[in-house]
Design a protein around this ligand. Structure first.
Ligand code: ZN
Length: 267
């Protein structure tokens, strides 16, 4: 399936970062190129002209048809930014202005579980972003992670799915390398419920860690090497409600939520 959108994070000297969503042609042309650059450890300067500022639970920027993107533009600002990034920016954390705030901003689209079903969210071509407040009632433990490439590409982990090579080694097709130990990353299926019903959510790496409070690798080792009761471990997850910003999608005939990592725990 062709990717419909890509989300990038842009940061600058202000110590803040903002999400940029590339839609349509931007996603497939510039987006593909940008992703390849970033994955190979090149972090280009990007200028966005005529982007649309969204005010949904924090600020973010999206492309529209008249938007123009300039990769590594030749301007004094771009050169300053490059210098800052290479010298310190790449190693400093920045605060996102695109994240939900606990309690919610006024423009976020709060839905109950039954509203997501009744309104058929995620059944059209474009993704539907929703914010749900729910408790995690069940976590699938037969499969919860995938074997991932541990190698670094630039300052970021490859993380591509790896396959067995022989009896004791793993192979990454992207890195074209073999190694003895792989990493594990969450692809966690969790059931969430609110007072109106229940649904499934897919939590990727960071959201999985937040929900279960341990890494996918720790849980994997617990399950397969120490043969411990993994059910006992995952039942330790924090009670209470979560506020999660997720994108609704239809997989086969099932409607589900894909968590996008923006997750807040309400004790
Ligand atoms: Zn790799």
């Amino acid at each position: 399936m062709e990717t419909q959108r890509r989300i990038l994070n842009l940061k600058d000297q202000s110590g803040r970062s903002v999400e940029l969503t590339l839609w349509g042609d931007f996603c497939n042309k510039e987006g593909q190129k940008l992703q390849e650059m970033v994955e190979s450890g090149v972090f280009p300067v990007l200028a966005v002209k005529a982007g649309k500022v969204n005010d949904f639970s924090g600020k973010s920027v999206g492309t529209i048809s008249s938007t123009r993107l300039f990769l590594n533009p030749d301007s004094p600002e771009a050169h300053n930014l490059r210098q800052w990034f290479d010298q310190e920016g790449k190693n400093t954390a920045s605060q996102s202005i695109s994240r939900d705030m606990p309690g919610g901003a006024k423009n976020e689209i709060r839905k109950t579980v039954s509203q997501i079903k009744d309104e058929g969210l995620g059944r059209s071509d474009k993704p539907d972003w929703v914010t749900v407040k729910a408790t995690v009632s069940f976590v699938k433990t037969d499969t919860f992670c995938y074997a991932a490439c541990p190698l670094m590409i630039g300052d970021r982990q490859c993380s591509k799915k790896v396959t067995r090579s022989g009896s004791s080694r793993w192979q990454c097709d992207r890195c074209n390398q073999e190694f003895e130990e792989c990493d594990y990353r969450y692809l966690l299926q969790a059931q969430i419920q609110d007072h109106t019903g229940l649904t499934w959510v897919t939590a990727f790496q960071e959201s999985g860690e937040e929900i279960l409070g341990c890494s996918a690798k720790e849980l994997y080792l617990l399950k397969y090497e120490e043969q411990d009761d993994v059910r006992r471990c995952v039942d330790l997850f924090e009670p209470g409600e979560w506020v999660m910003r997720a994108v609704a999608a239809t997989v086969g005939k099932y409607q589900a939520l894909h968590s996008v990592g923006s997750l807040f725990h309400l004790p």
